[in-house]
Design a binder for this molecule. Structure first.
Ligand code: IPT
Length: 983
């Protein structure tokens, strides 16, 4: 029988040690802060005996047999229990503090040996166990703790014996804490972070606090210790980064203060760390100290007295093969990618990360919003209808005060000494009320040197305004529209800086508008930054099929309830391959913005602390028609933060079309996570003096025309084209004996809905964009200069609906084989904006290579092309496909001037008199729309080429504002114009 702590709001812990800062002690003659290669640490990670019980009611301490399970891990990743993905909805009935009787649980057991020393105490540490655990040593109950993402430390000295000892841990899937751990994630259980035993001299420093402050040109480092005995003799040393001792004091006192002249300040751009050594008799603690200050003044956030911008992302612990288990290599890999993509801030959504994560962030330079392990989002869905008043059920109910305040205390205590942590976040989506007000008071008592963030005051903000969220330093919102942001800055009574703790929902093909958001962030000093939702796609690797990894998401595990693929909304795929959205973010957050005027580059430094000269050099290339004309390097880029400087550059004179100057910003020297030469970003400047003319040869052998009821056939000795009178387009094209087309071209108004189209697609389907039926009116032909013209007025119809559009189409077939189409289009006024308007051709799939002049090489859209460059690209058609795990529209190219497909011998080229979008793919939009996973899609047998008058933007409406009007195709009258040549 287990004590029923797991359903008792008055018990969040039993016999745990008082909270303390995270540190790993070593012996006084060692010098490490690591758990490995440290004799004072006995790692208890490894293979444990494991017994899983479907329900706690079946639990027994003496199972008849054991399985084996690695620790750390999540048991769902090893075949026990079931995966489940839910976002807002609680996975259990809302019956707090009770949890289902059928509460899966597990017994973990292993042995370890120690040689007990009478002068030592022994502490077992758990850094993360979901959801709660009971600890037993040698079959004796030691203690209990909940709070999945925080450390629980137990003094087990009295339970241990010399030699072999048994440690048993009972872990429950659910406890009352589950009601405040309703984070949007795959729900997994078990011991998922390190477990270890610390051997410590009984006389030791139990806790310490490092406070830094800056006054003019000096700084103060104050170290305050809490010792297990009042006469503990300590030597406290501060060293610089090179290892030189700057200060050293030996004392039995509990507070030491060091002055630093001309201190090196810590920032995310310049993460300078001092080393602190606390040697107390028979133990040493090594830590790093960053000297920095953060504050808000007049609605502006300052770090070390300088205005800052948080270029942030939200990050979960989520790995497709290890679940919640984040190894140091995995974390370092994430941080490396972030650094290389100009991200300088991370919100640890929605719980504290493993302790060493913060050490890496100190070292590499990231600002952290450290978020508490609190989310009670499901409160709003406890009745059949969404109810935002439901948020008060927990956060405004004093019964939950202990739960909430305990979690905040654990967060602040553990990470208090980490310079990277600049903001505490009370949690996510849990409403606001009494419990949080108590929590804020508690944080302020513990640490007044950081800012406090919380978004979910939004639910009470309107009602109680200011008084409600006193103590919170930000106006934090999620996913606002541009109109909302404008209205915020238009209001005069706002008193806090704006921060977007979530924006730009990176689900599937998106997010759009990143540069627009960054422009607004830079435009307002009281807009301190924004955090993309989110860093990675959450999935579970389930095997392989059709040569692809099978990534599982909500619904793939037969679970109820689930939220489908809403967990796949990251900037990187589960294996950390960048999504194209990450490339957008990278360039939106580039360190410099560069334009060109009168023989000079105008360079604006977007960094907060560093002179560009200390960071990067410029490499420029001048291209015409995709071919390099000249290039050069500018080594000296002396621009102070926030300043703009003009740097002369001598470019050869150019005239004509398609002239582009690209200025690339490259790392001057290697730093911890970035190699020298790495491209931070680029600007591209169009220096064309005219548009490129459509080049087309018209003359060839004389044409013959055959006109019957169904077809108009136009041919000469080198080609034969057949026009379908039913389709109003060509249905057969043969050139030099090669069949290019054997089914009718189609006018296409639809795209395979992206995740961001999930709302608007309902309207599109109501409109019938996906089921257009052409209707042609009497068709005439006329002969012109080296050409024949087909005039085909027609309508685009839909069953049950009035016509979507009326078209006046004129097809001109030249003797050379070139075809020009002009389709004057009038869209019905009452039709919504269109996903696209284009001409779709099912081209012989031997034409499997593509060459184009457009934004590339990655996919690009009207609102998503800041990370791509305009240029000439060549690729296999198959490689133009961006393989979203949840199939959807992808691989379009924006601002195209031509596109060619070739089979090696012949080349089909499309040009237009105005820039267009195109998509070339082996897949049809129908197959992309009908499949749920990328491993299910099958090639069409064609190269599907869609030439779009325009393709609407992608936006981020999967969880965000509607697509801004300027990125929608809502014109009602336009002309689709293309010239096709085959050579
Ligand atoms: C919001 C959540 O904070 C985050 O956890 C995640 O769910 C995200 O959005 C959507 O992917 S909740 C949303 C309903 C506003």
């Amino acid at each position: 029988m287990l004590f029923p702590f797991y359903e008792d709001l008055s018990t969040v812990r039993v016999n745990t040690m008082p909270n303390r800062a995270y540190y790993i002690p070593c012996s006084p003659n060692a010098s490490t802060d690591q758990k490995t290669d440290n004799p004072r640490v006995l790692m208890l990670n490894g293979t444990w005996n494991f017994r899983f019980f479907e329900s706690v009611s079946q639990f027994t301490f003496s199972p008849d047999c054991f399985d084996k399970l690695p620790v750390p891990s999540n048991w769902q990743m090893h075949g026990y229990d079931n995966h489940q993905y839910t976002n807002v909805l609680y996975p259990i009935p809302f019956n707090p503090p009770y949890v289902p009787k059928k509460n899966p649980c597990a017994l973990y057991e292993r042995t370890f040996s120690i040689k007990k020393d009478a002068d030592f105490s022994y502490f077992v540490n758990f850094e993360g166990v979901d959801s709660c655990h009971y600890l037993y040593i040698n079959d004796q109950f030691v203690g209990y703790s909940q709070v999945s993402h925080s450390t629980a430390e137990y003094d087990v000295s009295a339970f241990l014996k010399d030699g072999e000892n048994k440690i048993s841990v009972v872990v429950l899937k659910w406890c009352d804490g589950t009601y405040v751990e309703d984070q949007d994630k795959l729900r997994m259980s078990g011991i998922f972070r390190d477990v270890y035993l610390l051997s410590r001299p009984s006389r030791h420093i139990q806790n310490y606090r490092v406070k830094t402050s800056i006054t003019g040109e000096t700084a103060n480092v104050l170290v305050i210790t809490e010792d297990t005995c009042s006469d503990l003799l300590k030597t406290i040393t501060l060293k610089d980064q090179a290892g030189n001792v700057l200060h050293q004091v030996t004392t039995t006192g509990t507070s030491v203060s060091f002055e630093l002249e001309a201190p090196h300040l810590w920032t995310a751009e310049t993460p300078y760390l001092y080393t602190l050594e606390l040697t107390a008799e028979n133990e040493r603690i090594i830590d790093r100290v960053g000297v920095r200050e953060i504050c808000v003044k007049d609605k502006v956030v300052y770090v070390n007295g300088k205005k800052v911008k948080f270029k942030g992302v939200n990050r979960h612990d989520s790995y497709t093969d290890t679940g919640y288990v984040a190894s140091m290599e995995q974390i370092r890999h994430d941080l490396t990618m972030m650094k290389q993509h100009n991200i300088n801030a991370i919100r640890t959504s929605h719980y504290p990360n493993r302790p060493e994560f913060y050490k890496l962030c100190d070292q590499y330079g990231f600002y952290i919003i450290d978020e508490c392990d609190i989310e009670a989002h499901g409160q709003v869905n406890t009745t059949a209808e969404y109810d935002s008043d439901g948020y008060a059920q927990i956060s405004d109910n004093p019964d939950w005060e202990l739960t909430i305040v305990d979690r905040l205390e654990r967060l602040v205590s553990r990470d208090m000494n980490r310079p990277c942590v600049v903001i505490w976040s009370l949690g996510n989506e849990s409403g606001f009320g009494y419990c949080f007000k108590q929590g804020i008071k508690r944080i302020r008592q513990m640490d007044n040197s950081r800012l406090i963030h919380y978004e979910s005051t939004i639910v009470t903000r309107e009602k109680e305004k200011d008084e409600t969220y006193e103590g919170i330093d930000f106006e934090s919102v999620m996913y606002p529209s541009f109109e909302w942001i404008d209205s915020f800055f238009a209001r005069e009574n706002e008193t806090r800086p704006l921060i977007l703790c979530e924006f730009a929902h990176a689900m599937g093909n998106g997010p759009g508008s990143l540069e627009d958001y960054y422009d607004i962030i830079y435009a307002h000093d009281d807009f301190c930054g924004a955090f993309v939702w989110e860093w990675c796609d959450h999935t579970v690797l389930m095997g392989e099929k059709n040569g692809k990894k099978m990534y599982g998401y909500g619904g793939d595990f037969g679970e109820f309830p689930h939220d489908g693929n809403f967990c796949m909304d990251g900037l990187v795929y589960p294996d950390r391959t960048p999504h194209t959205g990450l490339l957008e973010l990278k360039n939106a957050a580039r360190p410099a913005h560069i334009t060109y005027r009168d023989g000079a580059l105008i360079v604006k430094n977007k960094l907060d602390f560093q002179n560009l000269n200390d960071v990067l050099y410029l490499h420029w290339t001048l291209e015409q028609n995709g071919e390099e004309i000249a290039s050069g390097t500018i080594e000296s880029v002396d621009v102070l933060p926030g300043e703009t400087t003009s740097i002369p550059v001598s470019l050869p004179e150019t005239h004509g079309a398609r002239v582009y100057l690209t200025v690339s910003q490259r790392a001057k020297a290697s730093t911890a996570l970035v190699s020298s030469g790495h491209e931070f970003g680029f600007d591209q400047i169009n220096l064309s003096t005219c548009d490129a003319p459509v080049s087309v040869k018209t003359e060839g052998a004389p044409l013959t025309v055959e006109d019957d009821d169904a077809f108009i056939t136009i041919k000469n000795d080198s080609f034969c084209y057949r026009f379908s009178k039913e389709a109003g387009t060509f249905c057969h094209m043969e050139v030099g004996g090669t069949v290019l087309l054997d089914r009718p071209m189609e006018y296409d108004l639809y795209r395979a809905p992206t995740d961001n189209d999930r709302n608007i697609k309902l309207r599109w389907k109501e409109e019938g964009f996906d089921r257009v039926i052409p209707y042609t009116y009497p068709i005439t032909t006329e002969t012109g200069d080296h050409c024949v013209k087909i005039c085909c007025p027609m309508s685009l119809c839909v069953i049950s609906r009035a016509n979507l559009a009326e078209l006046n189409t004129v097809w001109t077939v030249y003797e050379s084989g070139a075809v020009h189409i002009s389709a004057q289009t009038k869209v019905r006024d009452t039709v919504s904006w269109l996903p696209r308007f284009g001409l779709r051709m099912f081209v012989n799939n031997a034409f499997d290579r593509c060459r184009y002049f457009a934004h590339g090489p990655q996919e690009s859209y009207v609102d998503k092309h800041i990370g791509s460059r305009k240029g000439v690209y060549e690729n296999r058609v198959a490689d133009l496909h961006e393989d979203y795990i949840f199939p959807q529209e992808n691989g379009s190219h924006y601002d195209a001037e031509f596109v060619s497909l070739t089979n090696g011998a012949q080349t089909l080229t499309a040009q237009s008199c105005r820039p267009f979008s195109f998509n070339a793919s082996p897949y049809t939009r129908e197959v992309l729309e009908s499949c749920m996973h990328n491993y299910e899609i099958t090639e069409s047998g064609y190269t599907v080429l869609t030439l779009d008058y325009a393709m609407s933007g992608v936006g981020s409406n999967s969880c965000g504002p509607e697509l801004p009007e300027r990125y929608r195709l809502s014109e009602k009258e336009f002309t689709l114009d293309f010239t096709l040549t085959i050579e």
